[in-house]
Write a protein that binds this ligand. Structure first.
Ligand code: ADP
Ligand code: MG
Length: 534
């Protein structure tokens, strides 16, 4: 794999790994702060992919150590209980750019086969140290250990050391250690946010982090995993000419009709025939005989045709409302969370699902505009919030219609999952303004906010009622006095009976009632009537 660059007189080819080393900010490795954050991200996401996608409850240990304060060197260690990497694949997985097991149409956190290699490239270009890897696959009777660097000229691994151990305790998983130039103090807050936000969307994961002055133990809050995504075929609307050419090369001389039916999602005989007739192609022509012009026409027509069925969405793995509610309650300490998973939709042939949650009260501090937690394929997005369509949707949302008056203790979660997330920039930190996605975000937010409105109005009514009782309680002594004048029954016993009557009605003693009202008022938007019972 070579990219060709030209200067005025000399021509040369730039090896792909070398190109990435030089343009590392494209993958999030701008400087020692971003690079440390990105390293944690890549390793955590690989660990989550290697566990939850295969029905394993993730347990992930992460550690950052300061290795050389003067030079600004740190080490990052990550260990998981995932499916592991076969011994013979370890060198390529760590040492060859664009090497991945995830080039499938299925939702993963990783997609490019690039993450680990960027970690290794950044690490070796700043400290010149190899990456240390230990891994065992499920049921493997051996544990493999490697020290690897990347030869950037040939885009291939250099193996500095290789060992094998008997796997006595049937361990499975992967452990990675890298040394890099990293600014722990500057990255600390982002890393903490990233891990907590990961725990919100993956409350079934146990994540333990130890840094120089930060320890996090994000406990597993549920043993329920979201259903694993299935693997799929491309939708006819989603392919470009290059992809189509590649598919044709592997097509073993099929006819156009057979080719469409075999290689595309949701295309049966009827659909394929109807399309070919509409597009003016002979269904029995050999697909390998298409001219370049015909190929371009075929792709165009495939994009234009309105008769396809929707892309299937079982390749997608949304978190689900239940998990979002568990995660947000636990990590944000919210009083109430309302989450919504919308139905699958698609843009340009790519299926997607939007989820939204609103979290209210509890430990969420009152803010002038909602705190926004953005996610793409379960990955928290922390940078470039201003460029994200989700921020726009949340800011333009008419909160007043939903009984929310700012400042309010409100956080909003928006998650988009798709086999192709339309990122706004190469840094993959913000989602672009795709109309179909924007619309779904609005609808998801509306659905979640409706539930919040219901909750807030119930709370308001409850408060009104309680306030009425409190006001009444204030007059108990006076009423009892007047009653006793008329009835000649002892005032104390009348007052006691009246108090008991009120307490029975609301199931709280007057003291408890006041406490309860005060605690509710700290998160309620309504004024509380000052209560001073005798
Ligand atoms: P990507 O995640 O985009 O596929 P990476 O370079 O991050 O690219 O990883 C390359 C491949 O290495 C993955 O596709 C996966 O097969 C394997 N891999 C990486 N980390 C792990 C891990 N912790 N456990 C199991 N396999 C892993
Ligand atoms: Mg990855």
């Amino acid at each position: 794999m070579w990219l060709v660059v030209t200067s005025m007189y000399a021509y040369e080819a730039l090896p792909v790994a070398e190109w990435f080393r030089r343009n590392r900010e494209l993958a999030g490795f701008h400087n020692p702060t971003r690079a440390l954050y990105q390293t944690i991200r890549e390793l955590t996401e690989n660990s989550l992919d290697a566990t939850e996608t295969y029905g394993i409850l993730p347990t992930i240990y992460l550690r950052v150590n300061i290795e050389d304060e003067q030079k600004g060197w740190v080490s990052v260690y990550a260990e998981d209980n995932g499916i592991g990497i076969p011994g013979n694949e370890i060198p390529n997985v760590f040492g060859r750019v664009f090497y991945s097991s995830k080039y499938k149409i299925k939702q993963h956190r990783g997609v490019f086969g690039l993450g680990l290699k960027m970690v290794v490239l950044y690490s070796q270009s700043t400290t010149n140290k190899p990456v240390l890897v230990r891994s065992a696959t499920l049921k493997s009777d051996k544990i493999y250990e490697y020290q690897i660097m990347i030869d950037t000229n040939s885009n291939s691994p250099i193996i500095l050391d290789r060992r094998e151990y008997p796997n006595r305790y049937k361990w499975h998983g992967t452990a990675v250690k890298v040394y890099l130039e990293g600014n722990w103090l500057a990255a600390k807050k982002r890393i903490e946010d990233y891990l907590k936000r990961t725990a919100i969307i993956a409350p079934y994961a146990e994540i333990v982090f130890k840094g120089p002055d930060l320890e996090l133990w994000l406990k597993r809050r549920t043993t329920k995993l979201p259903p694993a995504p299935k693997e799929g075929l491309p939708h006819p609307k989603s392919v470009d000419v290059d992809t189509l050419k590649q598919m044709i090369q592997e097509s073993r001389g099929l006819t156009l009709l057979e080719f469409l039916m075999e290689n595309f999602d949701a295309v049966g005989e009827g659909t394929a025939k109807a399309f070919l007739e509409w597009a003016g192609f002979n269904p029995n022509a050999k697909v390998t005989a298409l001219t370049p012009e015909e190929l371009v026409k075929l792709v165009d027509k495939m994009k234009q045709y309105e008769g396809w069925r929707r892309p299937r969405s079982d390749w997608l793995s949304p978190a689900g409302a239940e998990l979002l509610e568990i995660g947000a309650k636990a990590i944000l300490g919210a009083e109430a969370v309302f989450a919504i998973t919308r139905k699958p939709e698609s843009y340009g042939g790519h299926p997607f699902i939007v989820e939204a949650a609103v979290a209210w009260g509890g430990q969420i501090p009152p803010v002038d505009k909602p705190l926004l937690l953005r996610y793409a394929n379960k990955i928290p997005l922390l940078y470039d919030e201003g460029a994200d369509v989700a921020r726009k949707v949340v800011d333009e949302f008419n909160w007043q219609n939903y009984k929310v008056k700012f400042p309010a203790p409100l956080a909003v979660i928006i998650h988009v999952c798709s086999t192709k997330i339309p990122y706004a920039s190469a840094g993959k930190e913000a989602i672009a303004e795709v109309p179909e996605i924007e619309k779904e975000m609005k609808l998801a937010l509306r659905d979640a906010a409706k539930k919040l409105r219901l909750y807030l109005s119930r709370k308001e009514k409850e408060m009104e009622m309680l306030n009425k009782y409190i006001s009444l309680a204030k007059y108990v002594e006076e009423i009892a006095y007047n009653l006793s004048m008329i009835t000649r029954i002892e005032k104390e016993s009348l007052a006691k009976n009246l108090h008991t009557l009120i307490e029975r009605k609301i199931g709280l003693t007057i003291e408890e009632l006041v406490k309860h009202t005060l605690s509710m008022s700290s998160t309620s938007q309504e004024e509380v009537v000052e209560a001073t019972p005798q």
